[in-house]
Design a protein around this ligand. Structure first.
Ligand SMILES: [Zn+2]
Length: 431
């Protein structure tokens, strides 16, 4: 199938990103064949896609999410933190439930794509389910974005999501063995859980507590690098950032307030910060009657949210690479809400709409080293593009209404999403 996108405004995803009119984007099979001036090429043999003045841009790249989690808000006030270990044990107890789970995860992946995310990096999940969703999509058995996944993450006993979507590696040797076990499930990266997290902290100050021994961090990073994998790490305190950077982590997920030494290490290691504001917003800003969160989660989230925003600001000021992910799957972080992360990044970190859009496309592609494949509208790249009616450079919330998705050259003209109205209602109030 050959497609010709005409009558649109092209935003190509590059740093300068000057809106271009009078261009025709030609797609041949999975790839962008060329970008030509109107009238320059005979379009017979192409199916014309008339954009009627809408905006054509690269598909968004979401660097941080979880297919094993739904993004639904909790139904009622919580009494204690969910026991995820117990829950996962139940959900993996027999083949039938495992298959139902995989189908559910596949539907979440589809929502990501229908909302404009054409590449989704999944950083921690149940068993090897995320990889199997990726493989189904790649085999053409399901519709979804390009998925890069760590499958299970590496954690320590009592650590973040340990025993649920992460291992319980007790020492450096066991961590190395666990990295090798995960490598057998054919992941695209390795994920570490270095500090605690908001969702499973039962005391104030706990999300940032260093759970993973620096020796385990180093052993896991060394093995992962030896096997050719990038290492992403969940980190929510300055101490955690330091341990991550000193021991080989490539992308610091979430982040914390940075010291001069951390800034220096970020640069020396060429590490990147992956900013995730979305999961902290409901805990921090919503009234407890709306978030249904524990008071302790709110206290912790206030610290974490401030750390994430400060980390991104300082990184940008110092020329450190910043990427964007929304931690899709966390409470109120829907699998169609990545556009909100871009809005938050503009609002709280102060990046321009243009810089934000560049980061969420080509910038993110560079961080995970797939910028030769996707991330911008350029000749020879994968035809991963989306269409929005309003100008996202004017207002990033234009990205909430995606009217077309082109995934590896396959055009979806009326993308449908399974929405969670009770989440959207509250989120919209706090945009
Ligand atoms: Zn996460």
């Amino acid at each position: 199938m050959k497609l010709a996108f005409v009558n649109g405004v092209v935003l190509d995803g590059t740093k300068d990103m000057v809106p271009q009119t009078g261009k025709v984007v030609l797609v041949d099979d999975e790839k962008i064949e060329d970008i030509v001036n109107e009238g320059e090429v005979d379009l017979s043999g192409y199916e014309k896609v008339d954009l009627k003045g809408a905006y054509l841009l690269p598909g968004l790249i979401n660097l941080h999410g979880h297919l094993s989690l739904s993004g639904k808000p909790p139904k009622k006030e919580k009494k204690k933190q969910t026991d995820y270990k117990k829950l996962v044990k139940l959900l993996t107890s027999n083949a039938l439930i495992r298959e139902v789970m995989k189908r559910l995860l596949t539907s979440y992946a589809k929502d990501e794509l229908m909302s404009g995310v054409t590449t989704f990096r999944v950083v921690g999940g149940v068993m090897d389910f995320d990889g199997s969703v990726r493989d189904r999509i790649n085999a053409g058995k399901a519709v979804g974005p390009r998925i890069l996944t760590s499958n299970m993450a590496i954690s320590v006993p009592g650590g973040h999501f340990a025993g649920a979507i992460a291992t319980e590696s007790r020492d450096p040797q066991e961590a190395v063995e666990d990295v090798m076990k995960i490598a057998k499930t054919n992941p695209d990266l390795i994920k570490l859980m270095i500090t605690g997290g908001i969702m499973d902290a039962s005391e104030s100050g706990e999300p940032g507590v260093l759970r993973m021994d620096p020796k385990i961090v180093k052993a896991a990073c060394d093995k992962a690098h030896e096997l050719g994998y990038q290492v992403a790490a969940h980190i929510e305190s300055p101490q955690g950032v330091l341990v991550g950077l000193e021991n080989g982590v490539d992308t610091i997920e979430h982040g914390a307030v940075l010291s001069d030494e951390m800034i220096r290490l970020f640069k020396e290691r060429k590490a990147a910060h992956v900013c995730t504001i979305s999961p902290a917003i409901p805990y921090s800003l919503f009234d407890l009657s709306e978030s249904h969160a524990l008071p302790v989660a709110k206290e912790n989230s206030d610290i974490v949210l401030k750390g994430i925003i400060e980390c991104a600001k300082t990184a940008l000021e110092n020329g450190i690479t910043v990427g964007l992910g929304n931690d899709a799957g966390c409470p109120f972080v829907t699998h169609y809400g990545f556009w909100r992360e871009l809005c938050y990044f503009h609002k709280y970190v102060g990046a321009s709409n243009k810089d934000t859009l560049h980061i969420a496309t080509l910038g993110n592609a560079k961080i995970i080293k797939i910028d030769d494949v996707t991330g911008s509208i350029e000749k020879g790249k994968s035809a991963d593009m989306i269409v929005v009616k309003k100008d996202p450079l004017e207002d990033l919330s234009a990205l909430s209404d995606v009217s077309m998705v082109c995934m590896k050259g396959k055009l979806i003209t009326d993308p449908k999403i399974k929405r969670i109205p009770e989440a959207d209602r509250v989120l919209d109030k706090y945009m």
